[in-house]
Design a protein around this ligand. Structure first.
Ligand code: SF4
Ligand code: SF4
Length: 275
């Protein structure tokens, strides 16, 4: 689903049917009470680990509790990768929408909620200098019900992202995207990803509090952003290890590191010591 969606956006950008923007381009937009919350119903809000972590912390829930109450997950049919979205928003009104249409978790809303009507698609491309990230920013297809385009102040894309607090979200999201790209391209995870493997990596992706509880490092010791980076590295190691068993993945340094010591020792080295 997520990759079809991403590919659909890239196809539209190539055809010019979606408006592409640069960081210094301007657009006009403001949310107002007339249509408040119409955008928070029957919509697929895809979630990254950082989205879930921030929302769970805001609601003082564990990652697992948040996940169980508010998320749905399925394996993407093209890549095998687990894709997660806000359950209630897809099937009706978002669980966090108040009666007046406002968002009850506004400071912790997901990156896609906070940057609307702008979107950002990221993919990795191979060129002569190696594999690199290709970032595209675009104006989401205009919805009839959304009156935000009709009035309001003028913004540059940069101002909009800064005002929305999106920069950290994108930085975290890019760490996740790099992991997914690695799993799909290098480890060929579509051939071997299954519910048991997903069960193994879900705590690393979506339950940082559980990992902290089991392994010890507190927030004062390792901050949330650094712990996110280490979790993505830990998942990379687990998947490299697993993929090798299925006959996929790179030989060499990463694989040697992946196999050095017990799984728990390796996880501790990455998560606690930042190895
Ligand atoms: S999290 Fe908030 S902004 Fe996002 S869909 Fe739900 S109510 Fe709307
Ligand atoms: S202007 Fe658009 S994005 Fe803003 S509240 Fe209305 S429908 Fe939602």
């Amino acid at each position: 689903m997520a990759f079809d969606f991403q590919q659909g956006i890239l196809d539209k950008l190539e055809k010019g049917t979606l408006e592409e923007l640069g960081m210094d381009d301007t657009f006009t937009f403001s949310c107002g009470p007339e249509c408040m919350g119409r955008c928070c119903r029957n919509i697929t809000i895809l979630l990254d680990p950082w989205d879930i972590e921030v929302m769970a912390r805001h609601l003082e829930l564990s990652g697992q509790e948040f996940f169980n109450r508010y998320c749905q997950m399925e394996l993407d049919r093209n890549t095998g990768w687990p894709v997660v979205w806000l359950a209630h928003a897809k099937e009706g009104s978002c669980a966090f929408m108040l009666q007046d249409g406002k968002c009850s978790i506004y400071p912790a809303r997901s990156r896609n909620c906070r940057t609307y009507p702008l979107g950002r698609a990221v993919r990795y491309v191979q060129d002569r200098e190696g594999r690199r990230m290709d970032e595209r920013i675009f104006m989401v297809d205009r919805m009839q019900f959304c009156l935000g385009h009709k009035s309001g102040r003028s913004w540059t894309v940069r101002e909009w992202f800064e005002d929305a607090g999106a920069i950290t979200y994108y930085r975290m999201s890019d760490q996740y995207t790099e992991l997914v790209d690695y799993a799909v391209r290098e480890l060929n995870c579509r051939e071997w990803m299954n519910p048991k493997v997903v069960q193994m990596i879900v705590p690393f992706l979506f339950a940082p509090d559980l990992l902290r509880y089991k392994l010890g490092p507190g927030v004062e010791e390792i901050g949330h952003e650094e712990f996110h980076l280490r979790r993505m590295k830990a998942v990379k190691l687990i998947l490299t290890d697993l993929a090798s068993g299925f006959g996929y993945g790179p030989a060499g340094e990463v694989t040697e590191r992946a196999f050095a010591g017990s799984l728990m020792d390796r996880m501790k080295a990455v998560l606690v010591d930042g190895a």
